[in-house]
Design a protein around this ligand. Structure first.
Ligand code: CUA
Length: 227
C-alpha cells in the first residue's frame, strides 16, 4: 500500500502491473534523454552569437528534426501497444467477480457461486487498532485466490465510478447500463487497496476497494462457509 511520501508507483502484485512499471520506466528514460538534449540546446541558444540575416530555409536540418522525433515516438508507441493488448487478454478465468459501484460504496457478486454477494462499506477509523487503515478499510473485503486468472465485471447502479487498484494494475470505469470486463492475476498473498477514481459525488473519497488475496485452499474454505 502507499505510505507517507511515496511518490512512485506502488509495488506490483501482478504480472501486468510489472509490465506497466517496465513501460513507465522505459518511457521516463526517453523523456529524460529528450529533456537533457533540449535543455542543452536551449542553454546554448542563449549564449551563442551566431546571426543568420539571410537564412530562409534549411532542408537538411528540418529533415533531421522531423525524422528523429518520429523514430523516438515509435520506440514509445510499439511497447505501449503491446501493453495495451496484453492488459486486455483474458484466458480461461477461474472465477468471475462482479463489482457494482453505488453512491457511495461497492457491492460484489461471486456469480459462480450461489448467493455470494455483499456490500462493501468503508469503516470508521479506529486509532487504537493497528490493523485498521484510515479511509481504506471496508467492512466486507473481497476475498480472492492468488495465482489464478480472475475475471472482473464492472458496472454501476447510479453514476459513473471507477474500480481502481494501483498495485494490481487495474483501473476500469463502472458505468450505469454497461458491463465492463477486466482481469487480474494476483501473484502473492496480502491485502491490496484501491479507491474509486471517478469523481462521483460528495463521498467519492470514501468508497475504498480492498482485496484480500489468499491461497486457493483457504478460498474454497471461505466460499464453502459463506452464509
Ligand atoms: Cu465512486 Cu468516485
Amino acid at each position: 500500500m502507499a505510505t507517507w511520501s511515496n511518490f512512485n508507483l506502488q509495488n506490483s502484485a501482478s504480472p501486468l502491473m510489472e509490465q506497466i512499471i517496465f513501460f513507465h520506466d522505459h518511457t521516463l528514460i526517453i523523456l529524460i534523454m529528450i529533456t537533457i538534449l533540449i535543455s542543452y540546446l536551449m542553454i546554448n541558444l542563449f549564449f551563442n552569437k551566431y546571426i543568420n540575416r539571410f537564412l530562409l530555409e534549411g532542408q537538411m536540418i528540418e529533415l533531421i528534426w522531423t525524422i528523429i522525433p518520429t523514430i523516438t515516438l515509435i520506440f514509445i508507441a510499439l511497447p505501449s501497444l503491446r501493453l495495451l493488448y496484453l492488459l486486455d487478454e483474458l484466458n480461461n478465468p477461474l472465477i468471475t467477480l462482479k463489482s457494482i459501484g453505488h453512491q457511495w460504496y461497492w457491492s460484489y457478486e461471486y456469480s459462480d457461486f450461489n448467493n455470494v454477494e455483499f456490500d462493501s462499506y468503508m469503516i470508521q477509523y479506529d486509532k487504537s487498532n493497528l490493523n485498521n487503515f484510515r479511509l481504506l478499510d471496508v467492512d466486507n473485503r473481497i476475498i480472492l485466490p492468488m495465482n489464478n486468472q480472475i475475471r472482473i465485471m464492472v458496472t454501476a447502479a447510479d453514476v459513473i465510478h471507477s474500480w481502481t487498484i494501483p498495485s494490481l494494475g487495474v483501473k476500469i470505469d463502472a458505468n450505469p447500463g454497461r458491463l465492463n470486463q477486466t482481469n487480474l492475476f494476483i501473484n502473492r498473498p496480502g491485502i491490496f487497496f484501491g479507491q474509486c477514481s471517478e469523481i462521483c459525488g460528495a463521498n467519492h473519497s470514501f468508497m475504498p476497494i480492498l482485496i484480500e488475496s489468499i491461497s486457493i485452499k483457504n478460498f474454497i474454505n471461505w466460499i464453502n462457509n459463506y452464509s
